[in-house]
Design a protein around this ligand. Sequence first.
Ligand code: GDP
Ligand code: MN
Length: 406
Amino acid sequence: MRLYEHEAKALARDAGIPVPRGRLVATAAEAEDAAASLGSPVVVKAQVPVGGRGKAGGIRFADEPAIAREAAAELLAGQLRGFTVSSVLVEERLDISEEYYVGITIDEIAKRPVVMVGRGGGMGVEEAAAKGVEFARCHIDPFIGLQPFMARDLALTLTRTKAVSSATDVVVRLYRLYQAYDATLAEINPLVLTADGRVVAADCRMEIDDDALFRQRGRLTAMGIPIRQEAARPPTDLERRAAEIDNIDHRGVAGRVVEFDGDIALIIGGGGASLTTFDAILRYGGHPANYCEIGGNPTVRKVRELTRLLMLKPGVRSLAVITNVLSNTRVDLVARGVIKGLLDVGIDPSTFPIVVRSSGSWEDEGYRILDKYGIKWFDRTHSMDEAAEYIVKLARRREATLGDTD
Ligand code: GDP
Ligand code: MN
């Protein structure tokens, strides 16, 4: 779960990391009021759960409360990087002399947390790396933790002024915070050295491991941070409706959907099989209209409604139902649901480009039903890859005959 800047800063403050004075507000009038009570030039910062706000116009400077009001009004009226801005953070404006990057995340290859620091603060890490900014790295043995001498070594690559002890302290505390909250990311970018020699976290981002939310729930809510379900972007209408279908009843999965803009509707077996199938479709030059998992023996009704939803998406011209060998899902029930869904939207399954590659429980009954409706199917003697190739060819042929007319 990604935290907003103001939430991450609340945790950072609680962990003893210096953060700017500021207030979270939801209206322009409150922003003016906050700026007036801070009594200094301020920064007005849009609160969205992604970085890169500076470049996207989400960070505004205001010398007067009235200007802060205007900035807040503009930010609150718009979207930023695809997210609605429902609050802004009004903070004292720091007089910055240097900006650093300090971040902790998991190194998946080393299988350990890694602390990275660099003098390229402010800009994105990738951009900084591209510009040749050197990052110092330190992998942490979780049983030993980040020892102060390691933090000091890292801090010395940032500054050789006497601020090095404050920077060391920030690194130590950030690691403690990262551990205490089961974070997968704790990042201060930029950590700034102010003109008067203070070290302050001007921005802070954290992500909490979703698999640890069950045990972090209490601490997070105690800090005023609600638990949220989230995705990389807000769900589309189709994704929302698919999730509703999945919630019809508890049996099976039918409707874990990510929407794309291609023409092949996919109903694919969950986990590795679905990723493999999706990749195969792409490799053969196909354009998926969605990525939709099915499994765990969903009811005919769920599959039917899902099929209907997928087929009604504008631009969908073919359908592939591809799964591995199913032990926990009945092939015949999936077949029934798919056929009913197609008939619901007036599609003739015997002429529409469809392929089913599925096998396992109740497969004979499933194949009998598919035959009855004239649907091409593959059993386990044909790979998922072959089925992917087959549907892409069918989709192409259909495109050639239809042109771009529908
Ligand atoms: P991000 O773009 O989403 O990472 O937002 P940040 O909070 O990191 O702000 C982007 C940039 O705005 C920072 O790198 C700073 O250069 C600048 N900035 C943010 N806060 C202050 C501040 O208090 N004073 C000054 N002078 N610049 C700031
Ligand atoms: Mn930042």
